[in-house]
Design a protein around this ligand. Structure first.
Ligand code: ZN
Length: 408
């Protein structure tokens, strides 16, 4: 039905672009490597006779016409950019897996009713230009054109100019039609250990966890480390330590998929011989379900405030960014489930802890995702890997689901 060896060959060829010493890839958005990857992908689609185009955000589309060319297209795809020293599968699998699906449809002489469009979104990783998922966010109007174009990397390079430089600043007319997308299905590596742990081959992703990113600033009193007696100290770092430990234990005790991470800490004055007067740390809290998301975030905020209160210090919790949980379309997840059943592929319904382009596509069309297992749950690193047998099954589920959805 599908040809996993052909897909493997393409994936390995793609992995040569930006290849790192330990078999990973560095293919930052709109870099020279990204350009090479885009060119190759465009070439492959043209070879299949697809109608290929890119829009004013550099998102690339390849369209296979259907019997009814006016029908809203079914879209499948992901992204080609990577993080520094990332893996060979993240994003690329969803793009080249979609290409394999379309090539198999052509090869098997299958008549699709509605058009099928493969898409590769610009700057999904957010590793070069923040925020992540810029291309899908821009084309679904979640980011304005000015905002998107003015994103600047750490060396001062501006997104619009970089798009132009690599030759992928296309026309606005080439964008997907927001009002007219039948559905979007994204295949991706899981990037976590759930499928492997549960001995399942395919993940049917019902939604994406919501997150709240916060900055917690705890204020005490800075003073001399040698002359201030212990009982007179108001040490913000000591209180922050209690809070951080409590955050970890709170999330562990929830057992409902809540995760919480403190990833960055700063102290002031931040020198060896002074009591830290102010400590700030970042807090990333994620919760999978709409029900309970807000109360979950409020719960941890209150408990941090209580801990700080007990030590008679003060704190401010500033929201950096919050995105509620996303629920994917049941009509797509049920199609993915039927497809898995038909081919006897062991599947697992789950939510994603990481953000994906599907999250933004979900705002304009019925959307869902297919996951394949990540060996040892590893991703965003050179060791990122997935068994080809699992990839074959994942693409089979995608293929079967595309057949069904393209006939509707
Ligand atoms: Zn990805």
């Amino acid at each position: 039905m599908i040809n996993v060896n052909r897909l493997k060959e393409r994936m390995l060829q793609m992995a040569e672009i930006g290849k790192t010493t330990n078999d990973g890839v560095t293919r930052l958005a709109l870099s020279n490597e990204d350009k090479q990857a885009r060119d190759l992908f465009m070439q492959w689609m043209e070879n299949l006779g697809l109608h290929v185009r890119y829009d004013d955000f550099g998102n690339i589309y390849g369209r296979l016409e259907g019997n009814d060319s006016d029908a809203p297209p079914l879209m499948i795809g992901s992204h080609l950019d990577s993080v520094p020293k990332g893996g060979r599968f993240d994003g690329v699998l969803g793009v080249l897996g979609a290409l394999e699906v379309v090539e198999s449809i052509l090869e098997n002489n299958i008549q699709n009713e509605r058009p099928i469009e493969i898409v590769s979104f610009t700057n999904e990783e957010g590793a070069r230009f923040t925020p992540q998922m810029l291309g899908s966010g821009a084309v679904t109007n979640l980011f304005s054109k000015d905002y998107t174009y003015s994103r600047t990397d750490k060396d001062g390079f501006i997104l619009k100019e970089e798009l132009q430089k690599i030759g992928y600043l296309g026309s606005q007319d080439n964008r997907l039609d927001q009002e007219n997308v039948a559905a979007f299905i994204e295949m991706h590596i899981e990037q976590g250990p759930v499928l492997e742990t549960n001995h399942k081959t395919v993940g049917i992703v019902e939604g994406i966890a919501g997150f709240s990113w916060m900055e917690v600033v705890i204020s005490g009193e800075a003073n001399h480390s040698g002359t201030t007696p212990m009982e007179l100290r108001r040490d913000s770092l000591v209180t922050a330590s209690s809070a951080i430990k409590a955050i970890h234990e709170w999330a562990r005790s929830k057992k409902d998929g809540t995760v919480a991470t403190v990833g960055e800490i700063n102290t002031e004055p931040g020198i060896m011989n002074a009591i830290p007067g102010t400590t700030s740390f970042t807090l990333d809290v994620r919760h999978p379900y709409k029900d309970g998301f807000t109360s979950c975030i409020n719960e941890i905020r209150e408990s941090i405030e209580d801990i700080v209160d007990e030590d008679s210090l003060t704190c401010n919790i500033n929201e950096i960014k919050t995105h509620p949980p996303v629920t994917f379309a049941e009509n797509i997840t049920s199609t993915l489930e039927e497809a898995s059943k038909k081919h006897d592929i062991p599947y697992h319904r789950m939510t994603s802890g990481a953000g994906h382009d599907a999250m933004y596509m979900n705002t304009i069309a019925d959307t869902a995702m297919v996951f394949v297992p990540s060996i040892s749950g590893k991703s965003h690193c050179e060791e990122e890997n997935t068994h080809w047998e699992d990839i074959e099954k994942g693409v089979t589920v995608l293929y079967e689901s595309v057949l069904r959805k393209s006939r509707e």
